[in-house]
Ligand binder design. Structure first.
Ligand code: FES
Length: 174
């Protein structure tokens, strides 16, 4: 039962402090999350300068903002690559081998989820259910769903993208 503004006499000063800390963490999340979403919509990611700007606006440290942002998988801190690969790790895809797909991609591209390759061609993300559970494990490549992924079909898919990019680059050189 809440006693409103009257301090709860059954709370120790330690639990009161913990409760206040929890409350301010929730308030910070409510302040920060919508603004981070706006920034990500505008830039496609959250630049460090934007975090510093937000930090001065809200009068909280950059670390606190990163603390909130990194808790949510959908915020990214690097510019997206030319091709965005999202690996579904919702329940069906997780059970169907999504982690292995993610590891294989990570190894082939040499990046971790949330990162972009040095040549800025690929970025890698993990996402929750993308609504194609019957096709688990699923991968989104540039927003197109590719289902029932295996090591082999994944390799074929990336090889195809590489070939198409090479062809396009050759065409633009001519
Ligand atoms: S869990 Fe991956 S599409 Fe639903």
């Amino acid at each position: 039962m809440s006693l409103g503004l009257i301090p709860n006499p059954f709370m120790t000063s330690e639990s009161r402090r913990e409760s206040m800390a929890e409350q301010s963490a929730v308030e910070l999340q409510h302040e920060v999350i919508p603004r981070l979403q706006e920034i990500q919509e505008k830039f496609g990611y959250i630049p460090q300068e934007a975090v510093e700007w937000l930090s001065s606006q809200l009068k909280v440290s950059s670390q606190e903002i990163y603390g909130v942002a990194t808790f949510y998988n959908h915020f990214r801190f690097n510019p997206p690559g030319k091709h965005e690969i999202r690996v579904c790790l919702g329940t069906a895809c997780h059970v169907g081998g999504g982690e292995k797909i993610l590891d294989t991609l990570s190894e082939r591209l040499g990046i971790q989820p949330g990162e972009t390759t040095a040549d800025e061609r690929y970025s890698l993300e993990r996402v929750a259910c993308v609504g194609a559970c019957a096709l688990a494990p699923a991968v989104l490549l540039d927003d197109e769903v590719h289902g029932r992924m295996t090591q082999r079909s994944l390799k074929r898919l990336l090889d195809k993208v590489d070939r198409a990019d090479k062809k396009a680059a050759k065409g633009s050189d001519e």
